[in-house]
Design a protein. Structure first.
Ligand code: BDR
Ligand code: CA
Length: 315
């Protein structure tokens, strides 16, 4: 049996972040979650970190260490998304207050220490929120760049353009300077942008299948996504709301469900109008180095079959 892939999940949970974490924890044969680091994003750091603890307990995995990282972006005021995720960031299910506590080490130091002590290129960073923690880790200890196996991020958009501004996707928009540091770091990067996640729609029948699993995790995921999709259904008028962050974990499990190409991606950090835009040179018109595996499409049927099957393995 091949060894499971070691990952650190950097996240701002967030209902869709929660589903991504649950999908990873339901897949121990393929994925070894070393730790979870919270970052400010969907809501403030305090709620995001607390939510991460609730999620590992929901999955019956209180042994997974959870760290708090950065409370604000590198240079900018924090922009949050309570209008999508609710005031706690995880509105929907009534999850018990966590029994476990956060680790005392800062999340950025945890990322650095883990990468510096593990065999080079054995730890993958899965990022589901703004890139502040990873950017700060790269600033504090640049040597980690050569030791990262891969960064798989939910972030960006090109063909679907923006969801927080007409030009920018939320995770990149919140901390574009951090995203710029990460995209220039030289580690292999795979990006799961809105171009993919807008195809992975949580339609009523897909959500019903998750509820029908009948375990507590399936019920909680149903309640989470029913809450968070309300805003997007009104916004887009589609049959189902996009599901973003779990595509990162699904890509680790089933890369064949996704399609894209290697290209150059640059972050706009200066323009007031388009700040946070991920300018993807999909057609290689600039001749710049192709640095990012930029995914453009995903197989929604295959994705939801995988998600439903894996969630059934949890309590
Ligand atoms: C991203 O923004 C957040 O609201 C979601 O959790 C996801 O990570 C989508 O733009
Ligand atoms: Ca997120």
């Amino acid at each position: 049996m091949p060894m499971s892939r070691k990952i650190i999940i950097d996240t701002d949970p967030g209902q869709d972040d929660a589903v991504a974490i649950l999908l990873a924890l339901a897949s121990p044969e393929e994925i070894d979650v070393l730790g979870i680091v919270a970052v400010a994003g969907n809501v403030g750091l305090h709620h995001n970190a607390n939510n991460a603890l609730k999620i590992v307990e929901l999955a019956g995995r209180p042994d997974i260490p959870v760290y708090a990282g950065c409370a604000r972006p590198m240079r900018r005021h924090l922009v949050t998304a309570e209008h999508v995720h609710g005031d706690t960031g995880l509105n929907g299910p009534d999850l018990p207050a966590p029994k476990t506590a956060l680790q005392t080490r800062h999340g950025v130091d945890y990322i650095i220490d883990t990468l510096m002590t593990a065999e080079p290129k054995t730890v993958t960073l899965c990022t589901l929120g703004p890139l502040t923690n990873i950017g700060m880790a790269l600033v504090k200890q640049p040597e980690i760049a050569d030791r990262i196996a891969e960064i798989i991020m939910m972030g960006g958009a090109y063909f679907e353009v923006g969801n927080i501004t007409p030009a920018a996707e939320f995770n990149i928009y919140v901390d574009p300077e951090a995203a710029d540091v990460v995209l220039r770091c030289g580690a292999p990067i795979t990006m799961m942008p809105l171009d993919v996640t807008h195809q992975i729609q949580s339609t009523p029948d897909r959500l019903a299948a998750i509820r029908a699993i009948g375990n507590r995790t399936g019920t909680a995921v149903y309640e989470m996504l029913t809450f968070s999709e309300g805003f997007d259904l009104r916004k887009y008028g589609w049959a189902g709301a996009p599901l973003h962050d779990p595509t990162v974990i699904a890509y680790l499990l089933r890369p064949d469900l996704f399609d894209g190409r290697l290209c150059n991606v640059t972050i706009e950090t200066a323009s007031e109008l388009t700040v946070g835009m991920t300018v993807a040179d999909y057609w290689h018109v600039t001749g710049k180095a192709k640095t990012v595996q930029y995914m453009r499409s995903g197989n929604a049927e295959g994705f939801y079959a995988l998600l439903t099957e894996r969630l059934a393995r949890l309590p």
